[in-house]
Structures are given as C-alpha cells and as structure tokens.
Design a protein around this ligand. Structure first.
Ligand SMILES: [Fe+2]
Length: 414
C-alpha cells in the first residue's frame, strides 16, 4: 500500500517496495564482470560504442534554463553537443563539430535525438542509425509513470558542484546500486533512513531504490570540545574533555520516503521532500570519472534548510567518493579478479552489470562478424559530414556554460 505523507503544499504518494517472492529469496549469487573491465581502454572504447552511443542519456532538467535561447555545451564520452531551450518544455540538441565553430554566424549542425519527460528531465541519444534509436518509453519502460509520484514543479534550481574521481565509472555505480555498505559507510544516512528497509528493484534500464525515512526527530552528534583541552596538551590534568552532545533535530532527509532512481548507464535522480538532486556521471578514461551534481530545492525553503540538505547529501557523496578511490587503487593493482554478488542485497549491481555485459558482448559479436568497428553515432559507417544538418543561429542565444568546465585532453579523441 502506498504511504501518503503530507508535505507543506501537496500530498505526496510515494510507493512502497514490492515484497520479495519465495523464489527470489532462493536466487543464486551472480559473478561480477571481470576486474579488467574497470581498467581496460579497449573495454572503455567498446562501452562507448555499445552503450553510450546507443541508449538514452540523462543530461539535465528544464529548470536549469531560464528562457528560450538559453543553452549549455555538454561533453559526454568526448562527444560535445549543445542543448538549447526553444520553448518552456521544448529543447533541441546539436552535435558540436570538433573543428572550431564561429557562433557569431549561423552554423549548420547535426541534430541529436532529444526527449523531455513529463517531469522536465532532458535526455539525449547519440544513435544516428537510419531506423532511429529505441523509443524513450520503451528504453525506460514505466519510468515517466513512476516519477509522477514527485512534483518537480514544486522545486527550483539551487546549485551545482563537481567531483573529479580517479576511478572507473562502474566503480561508482557498484556503490550507488547497493546499500550493503550504508550502515558502516554512511552514519548520517543511516540515522535518517531505516537501512534495514533499503531495497533496490530493477526495472527496465533503471532501478528504483526504496528506504523508509525516520519520521521522528533524529539524534545528531555534536562534538563539544573543551577549548582548554583542545588548544594545548599542557592543559593535561586541568580539565576533562566533555562528552559529545547528542541533540534531537529535524531529519535533514525530509519527511517522506525517498524516490531514488538509478538511470542506466551512469545517472541518478534522488528526490527528497526538501530538495531533489541529479548525479551526472561522465566517464573520461577507464580510471577517471567526473561527477556532477545539480540540486533543486523546494520553492520557499529557508536558506538554513537548503544548506542543511546540501551538507547532508555532500557528506553521503564524499563518503562514497572516498570508497571509490580506495577500491580503484586495488583494481589498478590487480587485487581483484571476480567475485560473487549477493542476489538480493546487491541486486541492483547484478542488474546493471548484466545489462553492461550483455550490451558490450552483443556489440562486440556484431563487430567481429563484420570485421570492423561499428559506432551507432556514425550511422552505419556513413560519413558524419553527410548527415542531414540544420542551420542554427546562435546570435540571440545565451550561453549558460560548459559541462564539465574542465578541459581534459582526453576529450579530444574524435
Ligand atoms: Fe554509498
């Protein structure tokens, strides 16, 4: 039964997770992909052709744009493209050629498939084969319906930040897709949500994460240090350090169970009552990944509460980030080979790794059969230059920036 929880302006109906069946409880474990997939350049290149240049990719939300003509320059797996707002819920994406483009004059650009969900989430698809990409609602079957549980129009863009990780994109997904590690790795999250209720349910190219929030005020540890003791060890024996104070405070996670969604291959949309945020994960090299967070807060939310939420989420994210860097060090040194995954507690990891494995292996078989590489972005091998172009006049448009803003030499291998 869905739980209805009152918020300030609207009653939200956030679904409960389905119960596992007896058969599911008896599922055997699955093997991880081989550890070389977290370090190999050949696998990384194949992932680009078979996953990133084939399926739908989340980019941003319509509320990051203020008016028609606003645009961002994005870079995903070294493909640069513009997303331009042409109407309140209408956006177009164009491929940016590798040669220098003079935007003071009208330019001819190849359009890229775009899709804006009912909730304003903007996706692109680089697949330029003649028959077109798989339709959005088939690729993410049921996603739009499920996201209706949350009213995105109650929220507005607040801030963004970026982390630069020395790890493979899958190292992050391995952590994102399970919460086995949460009770030990995330003390804050562990206090805000009942971790024993955490469940990841695979859908079609996305996964829904469920956890019950702690509805009463939660205990927050406040470290109170006696300045005499803290300032100098000469103070030894003068006074004793006070015990840390535990205070009861409102849950920074908000007031209703989260609606958290992993969007294959690398993105996440995490909705709480005070705010929602997206994580856009950009693979740069096999061992380098940029993580970009966009935070949207509830309209009218006090600045103090916005800050508390950002602190709460940044704490969780940095705990994951540190774990990823440690894990990748071991992967780089060949410490891991392959292992078993828990069929239920790591079900999300099993799911996404299976999809990665299937897409990569299927694509590799096609390339082997044809004796050459095949990139869906290059439309069955026809010249990119021969694709149909549209003339775009940027003269009245406003650039909102580049994402990511860092300039990496690795981006320029087209
Ligand atoms: Fe985590």
């Amino acid at each position: 039964m869905p739980a209805a929880v009152a918020s300030q302006t609207k009653t939200y109906t956030i679904s409960k997770p389905p119960e596992y069946s007896e058969a599911e409880k008896l599922l055997p474990g699955e093997h991880t992909l081989p550890a070389t997939w977290w370090t190999s350049q050949a696998v990384f290149d194949l992932e680009k052709r078979s996953i990133f240049n084939k399926g739908w990719l989340y980019c941003t939300h319509k509320y990051k744009f203020s008016k028609d003509g606003d645009y961002f320059l994005f870079n995903i797996m070294s493909t640069e493209f513009y997303i331009i707002r042409i109407g309140e819920s209408s956006f177009k994406a164009y491929h940016k050629p590798s040669k220098k483009v003079d935007l003071t004059k009208p330019v001819d650009l190849v359009p890229i498939h775009t899709f804006v969900t009912d909730q304003g989430l903007i996706f692109v698809n680089f697949n330029l084969v003649k028959e077109g990409p798989i339709p959005f609602d088939e690729y993410y079957l049921g996603l739009q319906e499920e996201m209706k549980e949350y009213n995105f129009s109650d929220y507005q863009y607040y801030m963004s930040y970026e982390l630069d990780g020395k790890f493979n994109w899958k190292t992050l997904m391995d952590g994102y897709q399970e919460c086995y590690h949460c009770p030990t790795a995330h003390p804050g999250l562990n206090t805000a949500f009942k971790m024993n209720t955490y469940k990841v349910i695979p859908k079609t190219n996305y996964c829904r994460h469920y956890a019950e929030i702690v509805r009463e005020d939660i205990s927050v540890l406040k470290e109170e240090v006696d300045p005499d003791v803290e300032s100098s060890w000469f103070a030894w024996g003068k006074s004793e350090k006070k015990l840390p104070e535990v205070r009861k405070e409102a849950n920074p996670g908000g007031e209703f169970d989260g609606l958290w969604v992993y969007l294959y291959p690398t993105n996440g949309i995490n909705c709480y009552s005070p705010a929602w945020y997206s994580i856009r994960v950009l693979p740069i090299t096999p061992t380098h990944t940029v993580l970009q967070y966009d935070i949207y807060t509830k309209k009218g939310l006090a600045e103090k509460e916005k800050k508390e939420f950002v602190d709460f989420l940044q704490q969780v994210e940095i705990e994951d980030f540190d774990l990823c860097e440690l894990t990748q060090k071991n992967l780089n040194q060949g410490v891991y080979s392959t292992g078993f995954l828990h069929p239920l507690k790591e079900r999300g990891v099993v799911y996404y790794q299976t999809v990665v494995g299937e897409m990569v292996k299927k694509h590799f078989a096609i390339e082997k059969e044809h004796g050459k590489q095949f990139d869906p972005m290059y439309a069955d091998g026809t010249s990119f230059a021969s694709l149909k172009k549209e003339t775009v006049d940027f003269s009245s448009f406003r650039s909102l920036g580049e994402l990511p803003e860092t300039s990496c030499p690795e981006y320029n291998w087209h």
